[in-house]
Write a protein that binds this ligand. Structure first.
Ligand code: SF4
Ligand code: SF4
Length: 506
């Protein structure tokens, strides 16, 4: 039933030009009201406090500094999202998204992308500029001790001391990462408050990040146990099953270490079982820290993922290439370990370092998060994460999870494709009434949430509509690397690729 106000609403785009449409009378736009302005003022005060602490040292390293800086900034941002959206009608609004430079690679988007990338570059390659000098080791032992010189790292020191752990750039990173998920989680709660699935999913990533990935690992550090993020699974956390960690740390740490190793192995064993029942989403959208950040901080940029078939092709080669690389690296390190380090000489160390640097740091961190405002929120999950590759193969081959489509209801608006962060052209499936069983789908449910016609549903059912080699999982695994057929790529394109070509034009 369309109400009278909506029927009376007129907007002549031809006359107004193709700019941001005006808000109809009587509708409260997001981001207005006195409380919203108070929130902006609080954030400004917090940024001022941080600048004073970093550049003059005043209050830096004290509780007053921490609370008036990062604490107030987080509170102000959460209040901003809550107050900005609370008076609006429930239901997803993407009003103005395509006219907002921050969200469409305008100059503000580039500034945000460069700032986020710069933070990652400093964290990994030059933490001195953040106020932390790492220890330097030479051939004869320790050359220079680690020390804090001030800057952003010092701002979180009171919290580190309260937890009984050392302050470093990685402690700062953990605090910022967790705060980002919690604060932008508030935004998700408000934006998707009409959608129970989104609320539960958001609560889940907030919990797993703050408890499993941040607080519990701090306890391990405090009690001098091997460091483990409890929401991490090999091969995403590649070193968990590398000999250095397994033998050097887990098995060398007595019973707690053995329990941690058992937990790491259990994660690998549980992966196919949980994926069979719930699809890839149990991990990528509910538990994983990378997914948690993408689903909260990254949400404003989800529409930037490329929907082209070329990007899809690159995705399949790249993500399976990284999976192959981590499997080969892990096997090579174990062979070398069994040969007491005599198999490849210094090459095993170089291999380990290279994977950690190029995949673990540059791909997953600098590009994976820094490029949110330029390439969308799931660059790493889509193109690089080896855990996502395994989950994707399992989901595609034998999971019960699928998105069902009621094609007769689809009006081809394209909302679903636009807001799919994994670059899936959901509309193409919906128009043909086909279930979506794509390997890359992380089950975020946003396509279903933004569909105005209720066409899409996240469901579980028998895995009968999968790749017809479902009863041959090993062969299916090989096929998934060498053939696009397993991902429905060829059949989706049609014999001459006409469907894809036409869709790209629209
Ligand atoms: S197809 Fe839907 S559920 Fe899957 S990743 Fe895209 S938006 Fe999320
Ligand atoms: S959002 Fe719904 S109606 Fe629009 S194209 Fe997608 S399935 Fe069709």
């Amino acid at each position: 039933m369309i109400d009278a106000d909506t029927l009376a609403y007129e907007h002549d785009e031809e006359a107004a030009g193709f700019g941001r449409p005006p808000t109809p009378a009587g509708v409260r736009p997001a981001g207005h009201g006195a409380l919203n302005r108070v929130a902006v003022a609080l954030m400004a005060v917090a940024l001022l406090s941080l600048a004073v602490q970093v550049f003059s040292g005043t209050l830096n390293g004290t509780w007053a500094g921490l609370l008036s800086g990062l604490g107030l900034l987080s509170f102000g941002a959460a209040l901003y999202f809550w107050s900005g959206l609370r008076g609006t009608e429930a239901g997803i609004k993407h009003d103005g998204t395509q006219f907002d430079g921050l969200r469409t690679r305008g100059w503000a988007g580039w500034v945000a992308g460069l700032a986020m990338t710069a933070l990652y570059v400093l964290l990994y390659f030059d933490p001195r500029l953040l106020g932390y000098v790492p220890a330097v080791w030479g051939a004869g032992g320790l050359v220079e001790e680690a020390r804090i010189t001030g800057g952003l790292v010092l701002t979180v020191q009171p919290l580190a001391h309260a937890l009984g752990v050392e302050t470093s750039q990685w402690f700062l990173y953990g605090v910022l990462y967790t705060l980002a998920i919690l604060v932008f989680g508030v935004r998700m709660f408000m934006k998707y408050r009409h959608n129970r699935y989104q609320q539960i999913r958001t609560a889940s990533v907030m919990f797993f990040q703050s408890v499993f990935a941040w607080y519990l690992p701090q306890l391990l550090v405090r009690f001098q146990q091997p460091y483990v993020e409890f929401n991490g699974v090999w091969p995403l956390k590649y070193d968990y099953l590398w000999p250095e960690k397994t033998h050097g740390q887990f098995l060398g740490a007595g019973l707690p270490g053995k329990l941690l190793l058992a937990f790491a192995v259990a994660g690998v064993v549980a992966t196919p079982i949980l994926t069979y029942f719930y699809g890839k989403r149990w991990y990528c959208s509910w538990v994983c820290g990378c997914g948690g950040l993408a689903e909260t901080l990254g949400d404003p940029w989800r529409q930037l993922s490329s929907k082209s078939t070329r990007a899809w092709k690159i995705e399949r080669w790249l993500i399976h290439g990284v999976l192959l690389l981590v499997v080969v690296t892990t096997a090579a390190l174990w062979l070398d370990y069994r040969a007491s380090g005599n198999l490849y000489g210094s090459w095993s160390g170089k291999l380990r370092t290279a994977y950690g640097l190029y995949v673990g740091a540059i791909f997953s961190g600098v590009v994976g998060v820094g490029f949110y405002p330029l390439l969308g929120s799931r660059v790493w999950c889509r193109f690089g994460c080896p855990q996502a590759a395994i989950l994707g193969i399992l989901q595609r081959v034998f999971s019960r999870f699928r998105i069902t489509t009621n094609g007769g209801q689809c009006m081809s608006c394209g909302n679903c494709s636009t807001y799919c962060e994994m670059g899936i052209d959901v509309r193409a499936y919906a128009q043909r009434g086909e279930n979506i069983v794509r390997a890359s789908c992380v089950g975020c449910g946003v396509c279903a949430a933004v569909c105005p016609r209720g066409v899409l549903k996240l469901e579980a059912g028998p895995p009968g509509d999968r790749y017809d080699g479902a009863e041959r999982p090993v062969a299916a695994l090989v096929d998934s690397v060498k053939s696009p057929e397993i991902y429905g790529y060829r059949s989706w394109q049609g014999p001459a690729g006409d469907v894809a070509k036409d869709l790209r034009k629209t």
